[in-house]
Design a protein around this ligand. Structure first.
Ligand code: URA
Length: 259
């Protein structure tokens, strides 16, 4: 990251620290802007700060953060190698879900963070960030398991670590699979045979067995759980099936980038 981009990220943080754009400003102890290496290859995007994060002003410092660090370690990364942010920067009261108007008020910060850091891979943790960035109503269980080509980089949606802490060993195993996709995307080892918009539709088996690619975006990957097992499938195209687009080409197109 250039010195100029570092300075811009710092400026953005300064602005965020005194943000009052939504009601979450009233109850917060700290703005949790984001943390980590501004030159990271990977940015993780969670949902919203919890109590520990609100106290410390840092993302993922509670139990979910511990699991995230473990999963990172399994692909040879440390927390300080990556950048971690959330969809909303202030803790919702009693850890309720962030509301649409709060996400709307906050998403410009995330957009700028991603533009400035310019990572190779964005990893969305859980439903909120995955649905926002892929601009889809499809849930994380169906979205996960593949790497989507997204605005000139990869986006790998996976479960929120809290789901693995609450859930079965299967959730953790699926997260480990997804982290494998992250490692492959960083290393440039994801398959590149673009199979067309239909390549990953239709359910189980459609993208099994290797490096199949899925163009067309989030909507093209709605064939069912298990559709992407078995390989480093890449889903090219982005949320609206516009593989060539850059974020600034049409700011209205994507959940994060527009309405
Ligand atoms: N959960 C999140 O989504 N973000 C955090 O920072 C902590 C827990």
């Amino acid at each position: 990251m250039s010195a100029d981009a570092v300075a811009q990220l710092d400026e953005l943080k300064t602005v965020a620290m005194s943000c009052t754009a939504c009601r979450l400003a009233e109850g917060r102890l700290n703005v949790v802007f984001g943390d980590g290496n501004p030159s990271a290859d990977v940015v993780f995007v969670g949902e919203a700060p919890g109590a520990r994060e609100d106290e410390q002003g840092l993302p993922f410092v509670g139990p979910s953060g511990k699991l995230l660090e473990r999963l990172l370690g399994e692909i040879g990364l440390r927390r300080e190698d990556v950048y971690i942010a959330n969809v909303v920067k202030c803790r919702p009261p009693k850890n309720r879900d962030p509301r649409p108007d709060e996400i709307e008020a906050c998403k410009g910060y995330l957009r700028e963070q991603l533009s400035l850091i310019d990572p190779k891979v964005v990893v969305t943790l859980g439903n909120f960030s995955s649905k926002l960035l892929l601009n889809t109503e499809t849930g994380i269980t169906r979205l996960r398991g593949t790497a989507y080509e997204w605005w000139g980089r990869y986006l790998v949606p996976t479960f929120h670590p809290a789901a693995a802490l609450r859930g079965s060993a299967r959730v953790l195993e699926e997260m480990q699979f997804d982290f494998g996709l992250v490692a492959a995307a960083i290393a440039g080892n994801l398959g590149a045979n673009t199979g067309g918009a239909g390549a990953n539709t239709g359910g189980a088996g459609a993208n099994t067995g290797g490096a199949g690619a899925n163009t067309g975006g989030a909507g093209a990957n709605t064939g069912g759980a298990g559709a992407n097992t078995g390989g480093a499938g890449a889903n090219t195209g982005g949320a609206e099936g516009d593989p060539a687009a850059e974020p600034d080409d049409d700011p209205e197109q994507l959940g994060l980038f527009g309405a």
